[in-house]
Design a protein around this ligand. Structure first.
Ligand code: ADP
Ligand code: MG
Length: 445
């Protein structure tokens, strides 16, 4: 109880005391990429259109949209109902060109049937007399090229792939835009362009990851985005290359949680292995299943409502440092629970034989009943006082190199060390060889 209150003071909404207990024994933390390790300060980078002047789709575009901005307008119309960080970049760019009402029906264009497919992208239908009905999709390569109802093998169509690799190597996130005319014979979308988005890494991400690793946590990155971008982000924040899973669907993220739970922790002796406790940190609808499946689901406060609902802990200030604070606090709370047991038991174990007069024949001493009663009460007082002392908890400062500065005074540092010493597992985490990385079999998008 006190622990959850202290958490709230430090920006952690912890949904119940049991969560703190689960948290103290975490072995693995999986981070989502977009919107979690990267912040929401996204901006549109560049537009690469593959349309030619005689393309039919150009005939229905409102005249206020210039040819160089067609791609942006179509993508922004499809994104207009999405809360995704990448949607934000596209929408902001569109609003800066045409104002807030850029989707307003003009020159007879009607936009309807918005659809959001978590982990893949978005689509909308656009229609106008003598232009026909078009499905516009924005998102992953596979999603934009797949057909209306059936997913077609689109691997032969390589439009945009070369430009995409180049942009990704330069650190951009790439989204594909496709168009499919409903009455056409084609059943798969034709890529009409790609957009690049600059999605900067959160300033706290690297120090938070390094701190977690120093606290003995095995840190993973799992994303629906492309492998090149995922690996670039992982190396910048300090996540090992072998701990990166890219192109993963929302169900695949939940599968990864299960797999890492099943992969036992190698004990120092190397003999026994136990089920690992896994936390997932995410922001999107696409993370909700994994957040619910994990032992501890941690949602970014600025993330989607679905993620916040599914999580056990919400980072109210959306600061990744608060993941470290949560772990640190939970370890201290757990240690307090153990020490409460110790104090409550030791009073009774030592005092009851005396109070019962067990040693009276030998020592001629027995605790007077009123004094024994007072001691009983005092054992409860010590437990309550010990718990209330938690209110004095000070969050550690997380330094650039991942070290924790746990307080100013020397004695406070010694006190904190004593409290957390039995719970530190620095450098002991390793995975047993079984089946850690047939991650290729995870549900890919
Ligand atoms: P992450 O797992 O890193 O949070 P998502 O699963 O949200 O990423 O998205 C994975 C990929 O799906 C993105 O890189 C993008 O290509 C595509 N995508 C998903 N939603 C959208 C959207 N609203 N607009 C554009 N692309 C999207
Ligand atoms: Mg995300």
């Amino acid at each position: 109880m006190v622990g959850t209150g202290v958490g709230a003071r430090h920006g952690l909404l912890i949904k119940g005391g049991a969560v703190l207990e689960n948290m103290h024994s975490l072995d693995v933390i999986i981070f989502d990429k977009t919107g979690t390790l990267t912040n929401k300060k996204v901006v549109l980078g560049s537009q690469h259109s593959f349309l030619s002047d005689d393309d039919q789709i150009l005939h229905g575009i409102p005249s206020r949209v210039s040819n160089k901005n067609v791609l942006l307008w179509l993508a922004a119309c499809a994104e207009s109902q999405s809360e995704h960080p990448l949607a934000l970049a596209v929408l902001n760019a569109a609003k800066s060109v045409w104002g807030d009402d850029f989707t307003q029906s003009d020159e007879g264009v009607r936009i309807e049937n918005y659809r959001i497919v978590p982990g893949s992208g978005v689509e909308c239908y656009m229609k106008k007399d003598h232009w026909g009905m078009w499905i516009i999709r924005v998102g992953t390569r596979e999603w934009t090229k797949s057909g209306n109802s059936v997913s077609l093998d689109s691997s032969n169509d390589t439009t945009g792939d070369e430009e995409a690799v180049d942009l990704r190597l330069r650190g951009h996130v790439v989204v594909y835009v496709s168009a499919l005319r409903l009455d056409s014979v084609a059943r798969s979308g034709q890529v009409i362009g790609i957009l690049s988005v600059l999605d900067p890494i959160d300033g706290d991400a690297r120090s938070a990851v390094l701190a977690l690793k120093k606290l003995g946590i095995d840190v993973w990155l799992c994303t629906g985005d492309h492998e090149i971008t995922a690996r670039a982000v992982a190396s910048k924040v300090g996540i090992d290359d072998g701990n990166v899973c890219a192109g993963i669907s929302p169900e695949g993220k939940a599968d990864l949680v299960t797999r890492l739970q099943k992969t036992g922790r190698a004990e120092k002796s190397g003999a026994s292995s136990t089920r690992r406790r896994v936390a997932m940190v995410g922001d999107g609808i696409n993370d909700a299943v994994a957040l619910a499946r994990a032992d501890v689901g941690i949602a970014i406060g600025a993330g989607t409502e679905v993620a916040v609902e599914a999580a056990d802990v919400v980072l109210v200030k959306s600061s990744l440092h608060d993941v470290v604070v949560g772990l640190h606090l939970s370890r201290i709370v757990f240690h307090r629970i153990l020490s409460n047991f110790f104090w409550a038991m030791s009073y009774n174990v030592l005092a009851i034989p005396f109070a019962a007069g067990l040693f009276f024949p030998l020592t001629n001493f027995r605790i007077p009943p009123e004094f024994a009663g007072a001691m009983m009460a005092f054992s409860s007082v010590s437990v309550v006082t010990n718990s209330l002392l938690l209110r004095r908890y000070r969050r550690p400062e997380i330094l650039e190199d991942g070290n924790l500065d746990e307080g100013e005074s020397f004695w406070w540092k010694i006190w904190m060390r004593m409290l957390t010493l039995p719970l530190r597992r620095e450098g002991t985490v390793d995975t047993t060889g079984e089946d850690v990385l047939p991650l290729k079999q995870l549900n890919m998008v």
